[in-house]
Design a protein around this ligand. Structure first.
Ligand code: FAD
Length: 354
């Protein structure tokens, strides 16, 4: 098996196609994941990102991080963008109907446009990897990654969003990956003609149920309280192959080596009900990814980073935006707007502190 060449700037493996960006340096061919990396290599060959003192490091690549990256590029702030994935939760949306400019777009399509704008048009420095620690020494932020690299900057924007909450019932952990799944729009077609359950009553559960039904699965949506937006409820009611069970508490997931049944309690009758299903998608809410700054800033009882209206935390130079914060409204557009606003505020901070 041949291994993919590694981008010498960001360290990402590159899938080589006719369109792959390459350059010849001293007789050796280098491959790049994006124009951003090619340009960096051409202007400073051999120089690594960990040798810079950046003006700004952005941690997180969901809608908040991406729009922050766009604003940082356009305002000329010397920025490094570090993220575990591009698109964040928006990637999992099967049908986005509330983003200006699009009557309808799927999460993966929108995220692909974000990615192209950021890396191919705006050439932002980036690394696709998780951040494991953030520290501040004097006026400099130090950011450590899963690969063991350390980067430095004068300001930092935390846009790490949220991760899925677990259900916490017997069988869930044992059968995780063996039928107990997180929903991902791109793999919904694997469940065609199968009986599956989605547990949760909010927008992400409703979207997962719709995405699975659109791909031909027979879906039971199991809800304790049905809180999804009305437009999604109406869509679900009109979709063939979806049954909504309200007022049900999930009790346990059973199966030898894979999920076979989900057992729930009917809150109205107190009866246990057994749902034969091949997969259980857990969509019961989200928890902010705020652990990285737990020792540095104020975190509220929901686990959100407390920020003021300019996205400032209590630590000079440390900003946060999007779903990881206490800002009202967990939506793509709101996160994107907050990410952009944070960069405008950071620009002012950098001017004043230089
Ligand atoms: C299934 C689903 C469907 C949705 N549908 C819609 C919709 O139709 N319309 C709408 O407006 N909103 C929708 N939302 C909500 C919307 O997606 C979020 O509000 C939005 O994505 C929040 O953006 P964010 O950038 O703040 O965080 P996130 O999208 O959560 O992105 C966080 C980013 O940070 C990265 N990250 C986290 N921890 C680390 C770390 N330690 N190191 C490096 N990187 C890290 C993640 O990899 C990710 O890229 C949906 C959410 C879900 C789950």
């Amino acid at each position: 098996m041949t291994t993919a060449p590694i981008d010498p700037v960001c360290g990402k493996p590159v899938v080589v196609t006719d369109q792959t960006l390459t350059t010849d340096c001293a007789g050796e061919i280098y491959h790049f994941c994006s124009r951003a990396c090619l340009e960096k290599f051409v202007c400073c060959p051999g120089k690594r990102l960990d040798e810079y003192l950046f003006d700004l490091i952005i941690v997180g690549g969901g809608p908040a991080g991406i729009s922050a990256g766009i604003y940082a590029s356009l305002t000329g702030i010397d920025t490094l963008f570090l993220t575990r994935s591009i698109g964040g939760q928006a990637w999992d949306s099967t049908s986005i109907v509330n983003f200006p400019g699009f009557d309808f777009i799927t999460g993966p399509e929108l995220v692909d446009r974000f990615r192209q704008q950021l890396f191919d048009s705006l050439h932002l420095n980036h690394q696709i990897c998780g951040v494991t620690a953030i520290e501040k020494t004097g006026r400099v932020f130090w950011v450590k990654t899963e690969k063991g690299d350390r980067y430095r900057s004068r300001s930092l924007l935390l846009v790490t969003g949220m991760k899925r909450r677990r259900l916490g019932v017997p069988g869930e952990e044992r059968l995780r990956g063996k039928g107990v799944m997180d929903f991902h729009a791109l793999s919904a077609d694997r469940y065609r003609d199968r009986d599956v359950a989605v547990v949760g009553g909010g927008n992400s559960a409703a979207q997962a149920a719709l995405g699975l039904a659109d791909e031909g699965a027979r879906v039971t949506l199991v809800t304790r309280s049905y809180r999804a937006d009305n437009y999604l409820k109406e869509k679900l009611a009109a979709t063939e192959g979806v049954m909504v069970l309200r007022n049900r508490d999930p009790l346990r997931i059973e199966g030898e080596s894979r999920v076979e049944v989900l057992v729930v309690r009917n809150q109205d009758t107190g009866d246990e009900e057994v749902l034969p299903v091949e997969a259980v998608f857990v969509e019961v809410g989200l928890i902010p990814n705020s652990d990285l700054v737990r020792e540095l800033v104020l975190i509220n009882e929901r686990g959100e980073v407390e920020v003021d209206r300019n996205c400032r935390t209590g630590v000079p130079g440390l900003y946060a935006a999007g779903d990881v914060t206490n800002t009202f409204g967990k939506r793509i557009l709101i996160a994107a707007g907050e990410g952009a606003k944070a960069v405008l505020a950071i620009e002012e901070y950098l001017k004043k502190s230089s």
